[in-house]
Design a binder for this molecule. Sequence first.
Ligand code: TYD
Length: 217
Amino acid sequence: MKRVGSSVSFLVSIEGFDGVGKTTQAKLLHNNLTKRSIKSLIVREPGGTTLAEKIREELNQNPSLTSTTELLLFEVARSDLVENVMMPNLSDGIIVVTDRYIDSTLAYQGFGRGLNLSKVKQLNNISSLGLLPEITFLLDMNVEDALRRVSNRNEDPEEKQITKFEKETVEFHQRVRNGFLEIAKNNKERIIILDSTLGVEELSKIILEKVIEKIEN
Ligand code: TYD
């Protein structure tokens, strides 16, 4: 948490497996903060810089990446985003809202792909420069229902979704979900689990209230 003059800035991450509605909630939080004249910036991982967007393309288009190469690409994309975008904005007193962060790497590449968890944590620590979110919202729901949402989703060609994870098996997503829940259990002071079937409005209200609470305390 940083104080710049009268404003306070910190990182907020929104996490969860594919189809739980993170992107909608990240955008709503950004809009709701703007309405209250609180400055915020919304970013997504992987992405947010020229290099990270190129890496996003590569992750999306290259079907033959090994799990380790995939892990390292996510970490490089993060490193570029943290140092060039997150850190400078936080220093300017702006709240940064990120659609996915370090917990996604541990859940997908660690629990999902089966890579060594402590190595993934070490790499997360390097790429994030130790920057932890002040608060993380983990949107959680039943895997089958979330995957049904994904297949019904109206794909916006401009968004260039990474679809390779969406094509993974239900078992893969179950491991990712359990991974996220395990990470939340071990980081209770930071991560709030929310039932993502609550409805868009209800969820965005809870998320906004928690963030305002952090700003005021
Ligand atoms: P994206 O199209 O942004 O989907 P979503 O809206 O679900 O976030 O794709 C991001 C995909 O990349 C998503 O399936 C999760 C995966 N991912 C990882 O496997 N590891 C990571 O470290 C990150 C940030 C994302």
